[in-house]
Design a protein around this ligand. Structure first.
Ligand code: C2E
Ligand code: MG
Ligand code: MG
Length: 490
């Protein structure tokens, strides 16, 4: 744009009428120059203001207001063209943990990096917005069906699941995603966003790091969750939790050497609830800490009872799952010591299972924590191995006894390949690091044969037994006994 040339013709001062005229003419020129500058600045200012109103300053993504605006237009367009659009509501899992443990600067860097990955995982026409905190919205236009939207969700999950490096540390983050599709009749933008949000809550409740598609039967989470949360708070005192146990067998001898304790909630109205229906909520509310303490204490007592009743050499080992919150609890060592003391169980007969994503979340801190636990004499296992992104460098330094191969890989085992290479790699890594390997989720004889061929040490799965109540585990332990008893009697 051109600006008015600063032409100041009247430097000559005259005291007559012409002089007065020239002076006011000069003043006019100066005013015009100034105003033209302001006018030139105007588009820039306007852009700045618009940016402030519609962009998130940290990530530079559209904010909630702009997202809703695009959603409103998108919905009208979709209805006119007889198409669908999809809204993905994404919430990072454990973002608070990152913020609390690594600080807000790393938290901010993570949000920026997540935004970058989200943008590059989508088509240019799609909208990604930061809706607030660690919540993001994605608007996909012209989506054929829910499956197409799920394909995008998977792509997003894969991209976000790659490790992040901040200040020389590896950080792992997952997200829970809810998906809602527009219907044939014109709905309100708030409604479709609420549906996606609801589906996201279901994804969280089912254990996080997954996506769920909204369907009409999903109950309003606010009520449902609040109800469940209230019930959870009193469930311990009402003795509603149960432990079921699943035997773990050695592949070479076929004997039961361990059992894994798996929690159930006998809800007075909802019946027997499985962990994926409530563990997520216990973690979010922090209730996992007292509940986990109950699990530890109960499982240790049960193990001791079985050891006395069905003695074996070496004695039966009890495996107990620890969630991330429990692992971070500063009183963990104290609580484990208490559970061992009260039950009389030897520390070497307790194995703590910690998931790969938990241990790798902040590897240096984990190393200290694991070493502390190891000094107690307990055994340590990395659960669901293969689903996270282990840093081999750290794995080597962790004092871990066992890698538990996630059941998704066991499912893929077949004589003609499948996931055999992954299982073989896990066994090789474990052996070279002096760890043993347990395979979980074994359902067929064929899988068992493959595991044997691959050099796996132990297995658990429906093929032998589902997790069952203690009364139903006892006969299984007893049937492993006869020879020893006969020897003893002889
Ligand atoms: P996990 O520790 O990986 O437990 C193994 C899960 O695989 C169990 O699910 C078990 O029932 C299931 N499973 C075992 N064999 C098979 C099989 O052959 N086929 C199939 N399809 N599944 C099999 P469950 O009991 O529903 O527990 C789910 C998860 O909940 C556990 O995964 C664990 O992460 C968590 N969890 C369970 N109990 C506790 C607890 O006391 N504390 C904590 N923090 N987490 C727990
Ligand atoms: Mg486990
Ligand atoms: Mg597992």
């Amino acid at each position: 744009m051109t600006t008015a040339q600063p032409s100041h013709p009247a430097t000559v001062s005259r005291s007559d009428e012409i002089g007065t005229l020239m002076a006011s003419f000069n003043r006019m020129i100066a005013t015009i120059e100034q105003q033209s500058d302001e006018i030139n600045q105007f588009p820039k200012r306007l852009e700045q203001l618009t940016r402030q109103a519609f962009r998130d300053p940290l990530t530079n993504l559209p904010n909630r207001a702009l997202f809703m605006d695009r959603l409103t237009h998108g919905l009208t367009r979709a209805q006119r063209r007889h198409e669908h659009l999809a809204v993905l509501f994404l919430d990072l899992d454990r973002f608070k943990v990152v913020n609390d443990t690594l600080g807000h600067t790393v938290g901010d860097q993570l949000l920026v990096e997540v935004s970058r990955r989200l943008t590059s995982a989508l088509r240019p026409g799609d909208t990604v917005a930061r809706l607030g905190g660690d919540e993001f919205g994605i608007l996909l236009e012209d989506v054929a069906d829910a499956e197409t939207a799920e394909t995008v969700a998977v792509r997003v999950e894969e991209s976000l699941g790659q490790p992040y490096r901040f200040e020389g540390r590896e950080v792992f983050v997952t997200a829970s995603i809810g998906i809602a599709l527009s219907s044939a009749k014109l709905g309100l933008p708030e409604e479709i966003l609420r549906d996606a949000d609801l589906a996201m809550y279901h994804a969280k409740a089912k254990g996080k790091a997954r996506h769920e598609v909204f369907d009409g039967s999903m109950s309003a989470p606010a009520l449902d969750r609040m109800d469940l949360e209230m019930d959870l708070r009193s469930a311990i005192s009402r003795h509603e939790f149960r432990l079921h146990y699943q035997p773990i067998l050695r592949l070479d001898t076929g004997k039961i050497t361990e059992v894994e304790a798996l929690i159930r909630w006998q809800h007075e109205k909802r019946g027997l609830l499985q962990p994926d229906e409530f563990i997520g909520l216990t973690e979010e509310t922090g209730l996992i800490v007292p509940i986990g303490q109950w699990v530890l204490s109960e499982a240790c007592k049960q193990a001791r009872v079985w050891q006395v009743e069905y003695p074996t050499t070496p004695p039966l080992v009890m495996s107990v799952n620890l969630s991330a919150k429990q692992f971070q609890n500063p009183k963990l060592v104290e609580e484990i010591t208490q559970a061992l003391d009260e039950s009389g169980l030897a520390a070497s007969c307790l194995k703590l299972e910690i998931t790969e994503s938990t241990v790798m979340q902040d590897a240096p801190v984990t190393l200290t924590k694991l070493t502390e636990l190891k000094e107690l004499g307990v055994r340590l296992a990395i659960d669901d191995f293969g689903t996270g992104y282990s840093s081999l460098g750290y794995l080597k330094r962790f004092p871990v006894d066992t890698l538990k191969i996630d059941r998704s890989f066991v499912k893929g085992l077949s004589p003609d390949g499948g996931d055999n290479a992954i299982v073989r790699a896990v066994v090789t890594v474990a052996k070279s690091l002096n760890m043993d390997v347990t395979a979980e989720g074994v359902e067929t004889e064929a899988q068992l044969a493959e595991l044997r061929a691959l050099g796996c040490d132990r297995w658990q799965g429906f093929l032998f037994a589902r997790p069952v109540s203690p009364e139903r585990v006892a006969p299984l332990l007893a049937s492993d006994q006869p020879k020893e008893k006969e020897v003893a009697r002889a």
